[in-house]
Design a protein around this ligand. Sequence first.
Ligand code: PGA
Length: 268
Amino acid sequence: MRRPLIAGNWKMHRTPSEGAALATTLRQRIGMRSDVEILLCPAFVALQAVAEAIRGSEMKLGAQNVFWRDSGAFTGQVSPPMLVAVGCEYVILGHSETRGRFGVDDSELDASLLSYFSETEATLNRKLRAVLPHGLKPILCVGETLAERDAGQTEQVIRTQLEGALHGLASDELYELVIAYEPVWAIGTGRVCDAPEANRVCGFIRQTLRELYDDELAEFVRILYGGSVKASNAHALLHQPEIDGALVGGASLNAEEFERISYCAPRR
Ligand code: PGA
């Protein structure tokens, strides 16, 4: 059985002391749950403080990004061993914001600059190859834009993202992989993908894993939904058979809301 994973992506919110306070509150409320896995992904600078706040609990720590080399002259980057040293078990990869789409709506930013922010399928592939040997569990985000959905390209876009990121990786390397289906149009917009449709796309992702690899891996890998998850819609989403958890952005910054979301997960 796939244990539900409820992950909070704090994005660029919470300083170390604010993060420690939020983590301490969550620890008191849901820190010892074992029926679901609870994961906090603060900004790099808050990882240490949050690690200390959750030490000894069942909660897990994750980062929001990583570079693919272990060390070197890469100003501003953070490596897989650095994340492990600070207590990370997970790392989010390929979020639509780090794929570069967060520049798209910024009218002050010239389109030619977007490539500086962008993760591509090729860089994601490097990151996956870099983190797996360190035992870091990747949460690989995939999802289509509204224009891609409207053009009927959802499946094609997701298949390309999966094939590109997983290129050359073998089935037995991928048992700790988590995939998050995050339709770009549902992130931070309040516009949630309805539960049956989210389930259908997560099922498509599992089927793609079956085709690229095998049944065993496809049945093992957890597939999350992310995009405007709240306590009010989490129950319907988390009770879909293909959805094994949630990647929660805005709502994960509120302890009560995040706790309520975690209790929407079925006990499998
Ligand atoms: P949201 O973000 O819940 O604020 O829509 C989800 C995410 O970006 O992971």
